[in-house]
Design a protein around this ligand. Structure first.
Ligand SMILES: *Cc1c(COP(=O)(O)O)cnc(C)c1O
Length: 454
């Protein structure tokens, strides 16, 4: 399988190169050149597989440049650190309502599904190319922790994660800064997330530095992340009774559109899913898009569901590619208009499949209370946003993207219970090892020069 850029101005690559490259050189995002089609017989065969086997049966259509047995081993290893035997358990809450729990990985949020796999793909790449890799990213929350736990202790790799000092939650900081691993560097920068981002952008623009350290970016646009996420949609759909499957609507707490895009791509591969609900918090660019057709940037308002606090949804360009008839010239036109004017109006997109809801901070505690009262279930603030609105005509599968134990203050304030998790409790006894740095390219470069693996 080859991977093409949404903007069509760069050569197609094989899977391993597309994964190593991340963002395409023309500024576009990689997508598979064609989408495999799964038949009814394929889907029936998939029913009996374990999560890791299902993941292999899915990914082997894409990762065609990795030998089968190697790919199988990489995948098996990627899901060993999940604590629930089902990996992504599907729990019934009421008639026509399920939650798909995606928070049983090492950092208790759904990003582990992709970043455990990505870490092992990087490790495989280092081994086959006999090269080291230095991974660099800036985070305001869950991504940094999940990326760190994907690379923890892996030979030939080092990871540097920048975050604004004092502006991530204490538990999130502990997940990054208490690992004890020598290849992990938690860099607490003075300034805001945007300052850290700007410094990173300059560092990645420095070709010589980037090549010298074989720097790779952690971000939400890597194609391996999207493909890894398709698998839990497939796994959940297969666990619903056969007679209900055609009526399934996935309800997805959404920020950068990476999660819901994975489900939609699976539908395009022939899995008969009825629909998707894009559930945003008060940062509602995608809610406005799917209700009006107008994609227009707004200001970011910090919220109780911080991992969905985005201004522009970085993965949305992949959906745009399909919405404009797979025409890269039109994608470039849309992105240029969006850049110049801050907005774009779509005339036709898949309206039959998508619906949307939004949820403000004022509503979140009440929703957490209601879910607890009606179903005896504790939802984290991101998952709560998804419960804002459900379609009673559908079989709803709500994606639970984080463990409530990551947000004890919000849950305590809503229902008077403070959720805990043994892995978070254990972190509290470990020393925090972080490096304070100025948010300047010079300070960050000097740190990397001193600590990179070569
Ligand atoms: C990252 C994240 C989201 C948003 O996912 P996208 O793929 O950016 O849409 C939602 N909930 C949690 C807990 C997250 O960490």
């Amino acid at each position: 399988m080859r991977f093409i850029s949404t903007r069509g101005q760069t050569a197609a690559l094989g899977f391993s190169d597309a994964v190593a490259t991340g963002l395409a050189p023309d500024g576009g995002l990689y997508l598979p050149e064609t989408l495999p089609q799964f038949s009814t017989a394929d889907l029936a065969r998939f029913e009996k597989l374990s999560y890791a086997e299902l993941c292999f049966e899915f990914l082997r259509h894409f990762a065609t440049d990795i030998p089968s047995e190697t790919l199988r081993a990489i995948i098996a290893k990627s899901y060993t650190r999940f604590t629930d035997p089902a990996i992504a358990p599907l729990k019934p809450l009421a008639k026509n309502l399920y939650v798909l729990e995606l928070f049983h990985g090492p950092t208790l949020a759904f990003k582990d599904f992709a970043l455990q796999l990505l870490g092992n793909l990087y490790e495989h790449q280092c081994a086959t190319r006999r090269e080291s890799i230095n991974v660099l990213g800036a985070t305001s929350g869950d991504t940094g922790a999940a990326a760190i736990h994907g690379l923890l202790g892996k030979p030939g790799t080092a990871i540097f994660i920048l975050y604004p000092d004092g502006r991530v939650s204490p538990l999130q900081e502990r997940q990054m800064a208490c690992t004890g691993a020598e290849n992990v560097h938690a860099l607490a920068v003075e300034g805001s997330f945007d300052d850290a981002q700007a410094a990173l952008k300059e560092i990645f623009g420095d070709q010589e530095f980037r090549l010298r350290h074989r720097l790779s970016a952690v971000n939400s646009v890597n194609i391996a992340r999207v493909l890894a996420q398709c698998v839990y949609y497939l796994s959940a759909w297969l666990r619903v009774p056969a007679g209900e499957r055609a009526n399934v609507e996935f309800v997805v707490p959404t920020g950068n559109f990476g999660n819901v895009l994975a489900g939609w791509l699976l539908q395009q591969m022939g899995v008969p899913i009825r629909g998707f609900r894009v559930a945003t918090n008060q940062n509602d660019i995608l809610y406005r898009m799917f209700t009006t057709g107008e994609y227009r940037v707004g200001a970011v308002l910090p919220s109780l569901a911080p991992s969905m606090d985005i201004q522009v949804a970085s993965n949305f360009e992949r959906f745009i590619y399909f919405a404009v008839g797979r025409d890269p010239a039109r994608v470039r036109e849309v992105m240029a208009t969006f850049k110049a004017t801050g907005g774009y109006r779509f005339e036709n997109f898949d309206r039959g499949t998508f619906s949307a809801s939004r949820c403000t901070d004022v509503e979140i505690p009440g929703i957490i209370q209601r879910i607890h009262r009606d179903y005896g279930y504790i939802a984290d603030p991101h998952t709560a946003c998804a419960f804002a609105e459900l379609n009673p005509e559908r079989v709803n599968i709500v994606l639970a993207t984080a463990s409530p134990a990551k947000f004890p203050e919000t849950i305590q304030a809503a229902i008077g219970i403070e959720p805990t998790h043994p892995s978070l409790e254990e972190l509290k006894s470990r020393p925090v090892v972080k490096h304070r740095l100025a948010a300047t390219p010079a300070a960050i470069r000097a740190f990397i020069d001193a600590h990179a693996v070569n």
